[in-house]
Design a protein around this ligand. Structure first.
Ligand SMILES: Cc1cc2nc3c(=O)[nH]c(=O)nc-3n(C[C@H](O)[C@H](O)[C@H](O)COP(=O)(O)O)c2cc1C
Length: 161
């Protein structure tokens, strides 16, 4: 619903969802390592701690999902995979998107941060004078890659002057 409202991407046809996401959302020629899994599919491999994954990012993370992850309520695949990441002591990075925050949001972020999950909000910087929305998005994406330890050229680091 959010994708449809914000980007005009309609995923109501589940059979076409993977194709639509790869075609419209992921502007990359090589899709071989990208998979779409429905969030209701609790039988997916990432729902099990026996499957070794390096890291998980929740981007953007709604305040509802944030709350359910912080409380260990695993009602869908996102929440279950995040729960698995925490129980297996794997890297879990949360990118909340909301403004303003209420005390419940702040407490939930503090809880997850204390559990070792970095909170990397969808909050761009302005020192590099972004010229368009892509540059704002690239900055946030770059900060998330930084949190993963992945090298990138999505934005230039602050040079000090
Ligand atoms: C177009 C649209 C944009 C939304 N953006 C946000 C958002 O940025 N942050 C947020 O916490 N909730 C946002 N919401 C509300 C959540 O989608 C809603 O609270 C939902 O129940 C969250 O559940 P989920 O985490 O399972 O997606 C948005 C809703 C709509 C329709």
């Amino acid at each position: 619903m959010v994708l449809d409202t914000e980007l005009g991407i309609d995923l109501s046809n589940k059979k076409e969802a993977e194709y639509i996401i790869k075609d419209k959302l992921l502007n990359k020629p090589d899709y071989s390592k990208l998979y779409y899994i429905d969030h209701k599919n609790l039988k997916a491999p990432i729902a099990s701690g026996s499957v070794d994954i390096d890291a998980m990012l929740v981007v953007p993370c709604s305040m509802g999902t944030l709350a359910r992850i912080a409380c260990g309520i695993s009602g869908n695949l996102i929440e279950r995979a995040a729960d698995v990441s925490l129980k297996e002591s794997r890297r879990l990075i949360i990118a909340p998107r909301e403004t303003p925050f209420n005390q419940i949001h702040l407490q939930n972020m503090l809880s997850l941060s204390r559990m070792g999950a970095p909170i990397v909000p969808c909050m761009p910087a302005f020192y590099y004078r972004p010229q368009d929305i892509t540059q704002l998005v690239d900055f946030v994406a770059g900060r998330l890659l930084d949190a993963l330890g992945v090298k990138h050229k999505l934005y230039s680091a602050w040079s000090g002057s």
